[in-house]
Design a protein around this ligand. Structure first.
Ligand SMILES: [Mn+2]
Length: 319
């Protein structure tokens, strides 16, 4: 049978959630061999979060990404507070009695939430996945010990995070999804398909640190960094707090390939605690995320619009 898994793309938690779901489905649900097809998703400003033509499997699942009331969505796990695009979708989820759709906006990672939920409800054995669950919670929950740990990237899991966030190759993404639930993380980080591009990625990461050092503007608790003119497709979101430990919030404009992105974050080690709900702020512009971190994705070429949104967000976050 054909299983389609939609998952948050370019994201360690999204890939790990997809891998855990595929492994769970084969172990506890399927009665026959399963052909799994993966589709990475990203947050868009307009249109349906999940275009109906993507739900083309005999069974369709969506993990670490938005809900849809489309009846062809059979399984769903998420923890994004902005997961429902409208009240109807939320009511549809609340009324669901399938026992296959699960939501916990307080979960650090979708991977951990998914794994622990199916362990409890379906007897899935998560004992081989403890290392992954531990790191998924740290990475997606931004539970790093320090900005230095998150920027210096010594641990294998953090190197994998860096690789996943930069990788745009669908075949390698699927290889990683399979590996992450079946091999130790240090072994994956040492595999040539990750280790070779990582050399360049870590060099680029060092250059990104220098670009942020040069372009970040810190004012009244908020760091604004316009990286749209830099040849940067992804950037470690903790660099700003590494360089500006006194910041409470960070707003970054980035222009990677086909999209323009506004990223909004809050310092996990803040001098003064966060008071704004970033998911709510991003939702005003069609984006999404969590209370502490979120983003808005715009079409390529909308750099001016992205800058305008960023300026509005900076003004709000200063207050
Ligand atoms: Mn997540």
């Amino acid at each position: 049978m054909r299983l389609r898994i939609l998952h948050h793309g370019s994201c360690f938690d999204g890939a790990s959630s997809a891998g855990v779901f595929a492994r769970f489905f084969r172990a506890c649900v399927a009665q026959e061999p399963v052909e799994v097809m993966f589709t990475p998703m990203d947050h868009k400003e307009a249109g349906p979060a999940i275009p109906p033509d993507l739900l083309d499997g005999e069974v369709n699942a969506c993990v670490d990404f938005r809900y849809t009331s489309d009846p062809r969505l059979h399984w769903w796990f998420d923890h994004h507070v902005s997961t429902f695009q409208n009240a109807e979708d939320e009511a549809h989820f609340r009324a669901d009695r399938s026992g296959k759709k699960f939501y916990d906006p307080t979960a650090s990672s979708c991977t951990g939430f998914l794994a622990r939920t199916v362990a409890r409800k379906f007897g899935f054995d998560i004992s081989p996945l403890q290392e992954l669950l531990h790191w998924a919670d740290i990475i997606d929950g931004a539970l790093f010990e320090s900005a230095a740990q998150a920027v210096e990237l010594h641990e294998p899991a953090l190197r994998l995070m860096t690789w996943v966030e930069a990788n745009r190759d669908r075949a390698l993404s699927e290889r990683f999804i399979a590996d992450v639930v079946s091999r130790p993380l240090d072994e994956i980080a040492a595999s040539p398909y990750v280790a070779e591009p990582l050399v360049g990625l870590l060099e680029r990461h060092e250059k990104n640190v220098e670009s942020v050092r040069r372009l970040a503007r810190f004012e009244e608790g908020v760091v604004f960094t316009d990286l749209s003119q830099e040849p940067i497709s992804s950037v470690n979101k903790f660099i700003v707090y590494y360089l500006h430990p006194e910041a409470r919030y960070a707003v970054t404009v980035l222009s990677p390939g086909k999209r323009v992105k506004v990223s909004v974050g809050s310092n996990p080690w803040p001098p003064v605690p966060r008071t704004h709900d970033i998911a709510q702020l991003c939702q005003r512009y069609g984006g999404g995320g969590h209370p502490a971190v979120g983003g808005i994705s715009l079409a390529k070429g909308e750099v001016e619009r992205a800058r305008q949104i960023a300026a509005e967000l900076v003004a709000i976050l200063k207050s």
